[in-house]
Design a protein around this ligand. Sequence first.
Ligand code: SF4
Ligand code: SF4
Length: 265
Amino acid sequence: MSTPPDPCATCGLCCRVYVVPLVGRDVWRISTRQRLAPEEFVVVYPNPPGAIDGFRLAPDGPLYAMALAKKGRYARHRACVFLLELGGGYSRCGIYADRPDACRVYPMVSWEGMAVQRKDAVCPPGAWTGAALRDPSWRDRLQRMDMDMDIYNEVVARWNARVAQLPAGTSLPLAEFFSYLLNVYDGLAALERTLGEEILSRVVASWSTLPAAADLAAAEHEPDRFPWLRYLQRARAVINRFYPEVPIQRPFAVIREELLARRRP
Ligand code: SF4
Ligand code: SF4
């Protein structure tokens, strides 16, 4: 069976309209494979007051998120910094093999365990055929995006716990956060190489952000039934090697759920 043509090869419409969010693994992948410093392609911006996610640079400062830079001065509807103009109205991604998770899953979202096309997708009419939309790799990519977000939250939680120990009124430079990201993801990449592709694909396929208490207990005795939990434990061991003076935190997904529960009426 022939592979359907890739509608993204010369399109790039979505690359002109969105703020592309980044997690730590995106920054590490682009930085190491494209040999770019994070400062060359990442913009950071404060999350709204009351947000739970994000990294701090000062104990009493805001939580920040990361996004891909745009060409020229940052503005939402400018083209992505990596978009290549081909002439004749065509364009394509200049880092396609290393593009962030958010680009890898577009135009799909998860819905009741399935990958479905976004209703607001900006793709040209007819760009995606039924066969291309049913490709099982979409679900794999969506699962991997969830996993990368959860691991990034763990990475950030360790950094934030360290920042919380700073004296009030002091802050750390953004470059130090980027340096931490690159180092911690070097360690996580080594973990993935140790596991190998087959085990890693089982981890991704079984990823499930918040462990039920029963699953946590069962995972102690039947680790093979919960490959994602085993991975989470091992990834946390890698992350916890950084800043040994900072106490080990509980899994961020559990803390996050408690914070959200307190806010529910
Ligand atoms: S995902 Fe859609 S809008 Fe984006 S490049 Fe591909 S076809 Fe174009
Ligand atoms: S990284 Fe590539 S796919 Fe993603 S927005 Fe930029 S140009 Fe488009």
